[in-house]
Write a protein that binds this ligand. Structure first.
Ligand SMILES: [Zn+2]
Ligand SMILES: [Zn+2]
Length: 166
């Protein structure tokens, strides 16, 4: 069963988080763009503000120090894997590896055709501090367009190890 199926029932007073894709375009009809990771972090905060606000946003950094990645994601299942363009090392984002076999991940591409991104992972907490929701954001290094390929719910705890798996 897809984890996505649970999201609409997650709390009576919470709006579903699945509408914010439109936020990728600003009020004037242009794509949201960013210059650097700080802009991407702000985008993720804005994207999650009306659902489960992300209070901690962590940049993906490869073991080699690289910060530019190709990204595969399954928006329905809620999982993502990054590949460093510098050293080709791959890593699952948070607990994605546990769901990868059942997913149908596809390469993420920017509307400009670019497939290399800076990545940030937003963590939205529960009252007890555990992670409730994960939001993966990306900034195209070719044109600066900001997007979010996928997000998903975490329904277990403790979750501290997720912070080390961005
Ligand atoms: Zn690397
Ligand atoms: Zn682009």
């Amino acid at each position: 069963m897809s984890r996505r199926a649970w999201s609409a029932f997650d709390g009576l007073n919470q709006k579903p988080l699945r509408e914010p894709i439109h936020l990728t375009i600003d009020k004037s009809g242009r794509w949201w763009k960013g210059e650097d990771f700080d802009d991407l972090a702000e985008y993720i905060r804005t994207l999650t503000a009306e659902g489960y606000p992300a209070e901690r946003i962590v940049q993906s950094i490869c073991a080699c120090g690289g910060t530019v990645f190709r990204l595969e994601a399954d928006a329905e299942e809620g999982c993502a894997r990054r590949t460093c363009v510098g050293c080709e090392a791959t890593a699952f984002i948070c607990d994605s590896g546990e769901y990868w076999a059942d997913a149908e991940p596809e390469p993420v591409a920017c509307p400009c055709g670019g497939e290399q991104f800076e990545l940030g992972v937003g963590f939205s907490p529960r009252a007890n501090g555990d992670v409730r929701w994960i939001t993966v954001g990306e900034r195209c290094t070719r044109c600066g367009i900001l997007g979010s390929a996928t997000d998903w719910k975490i329904d277990y705890g403790p979750t501290d190890r997720l912070f080390d798996q961005v």
